[in-house]
Write a protein that binds this ligand. Structure first.
Ligand code: UT7
Length: 333
């Protein structure tokens, strides 16, 4: 009998309506549309503006659309994993809140904190429960409300990030599709270069931490850029070589969307052409754990059953990883 694999069998997404354009950012900090387009490649990003709304609310909408599109009853879901670094609160887990609000009455759920690699790590984790034969339906959510931790007076970070959520359904298959391989890495030496400085057990929230802006994203952009290019390219090339993927038989690279220059460098190292690369950074910016599933969502109609797809990500930690999968369905499904 053929081995059981985990296949993505549907995608849902949620993007807030508000579009924060480069023109508007130029009124907030000393920057220009030209600089942002040249150095990063983002035109606008979505921002969750509604009072009281948080990451879970976007996740719930993505899950609801996913269940509707895949004709799945909420009771059928065994497990929900949410990748996020902007949970509604430090605890309880945002996954628990999403499960409750989406009425997943039979699922257990937990969060994964791996920043921009969160979706790749969560997909790898969920895959194990399907491959083992234990579960039939697992939901993987990537959701981040980066506007909640972005300092809109800091021109070096505020153009980068946006809000959004996306969710995929994983189901078992014995066909020659689904998740085939994964390579994931972490290295805590990166902890100094991209982080939130306070709000955890090391430096709990205080008037001082708030006044000093220590609850925002801080990064050493150049160092992160350097590591992002080399690590993301290395892991994507490694997974290609390990699985005999060539530029000719690869249908799509789905890269984390942090900077157009990083994406171009990774594609060059893989020797693939720009039309093999999913890109939506110009519309949404860096939505952290949501970028990769949002790409799959936007390109879903172009995907064909059997397409070889490589996902690749790099993020705070440092974390980086790659998943190789064969797409499991044609979109007229
Ligand atoms: O999601 C995973 C983690 N994140 C990333 O992968 C992000 C990685 N880093 C980057 O994408 C880039 O480093 C940035 C986009 C953050 C910055 O681009 P850069 O080309 O590395 O710029 P830089 O930090 O070297 O700054 C170059 C110049 C500086 O001016 P001086 O010192 O040369 O006079 C900055 O002050 O650009 C200036 N600058 C800006 N100018 C206009 C920085 N931000 C801006 C801005 N508008 N928004």
């Amino acid at each position: 009998m053929r081995e059981i694999r985990a296949a993505i069998t549907g995608i849902g997404a949620y993007l807030p309506e508000y579009r924060l354009t480069n023109e508007e950012i130029s009124t907030m900090v000393d920057t220009t549309d030209e600089w942002i387009m040249q150095r990063i490649g983002i035109k606008e990003r979505r921002i969750l503006k509604e009072e009281g709304k948080a990451t879970s609310d976007m996740g719930v909408e993505a899950v609801k659309e996913l269940l509707e599109k895949t004709n799945t009853h909420p009771d059928e879901i065994d497990l929900l994993i949410c990748a996020t670094i902007t949970p509604d609160r430090p605890f309880p887990a945002t996954a628990n809140i999403i499960s409750r609000k989406a009425r997943l009455t039979n699922a257990w759920s937990f969060d994964i904190s791996a920043a921009c690699s969160g979706f790749v790590f969560a997909l790898t984790t969920g895959t194990q429960f399907i491959q083992s034969g234990q579960y039939k339906k697992v939901v993987i959510v990537g959701a981040d409300m980066m506007s909640a931790i972005t300092d809109y007076t800091d021109r070096t970070t505020c153009p980068l990030f946006g809000d959004g959520a996306s969710a995929v359904l994983l189901e078992p298959t014995t066909e020659d599709v689904g998740v085939i391989d994964h390579l994931n890495h972490t290295d805590g030496k990166g902890r100094h270069y991209l982080r939130m400085k306070a709000g955890g057990s090391k430096l709990p929230a205080s008037v001082e931490t708030v006044e000093k802006g220590m609850h925002y994203v801080h990064q050493d952009g150049q160092t992160v850029f350097k590591y992002a290019v080399s690590r993301m390219a290395d892991v994507a090339v490694d997974i290609m070589n390990k699985n005999d993927i060539t530029p000719e038989n690869l249908a799509w690279l789905v890269p984390h969307q942090a900077n157009m220059r990083i994406i171009d460098a990774v594609a060059r190292r893989m020797k693939i052409s720009p039309d093999q690369v999913m890109i939506n950074i110009q519309k949404y910016g860096n939505t952290t754990a949501a970028t990769i599933p949002l790409c799959l969502y936007d390109y879903e109609k172009q995907l064909k059953k059997g397409d070889n797809i490589i996902l690749a990500a790099f993020g705070a930690g440092f974390t980086w990883g790659s998943v190789y999968l064969k797409w499991a369905y044609d979109t007229d499904k």
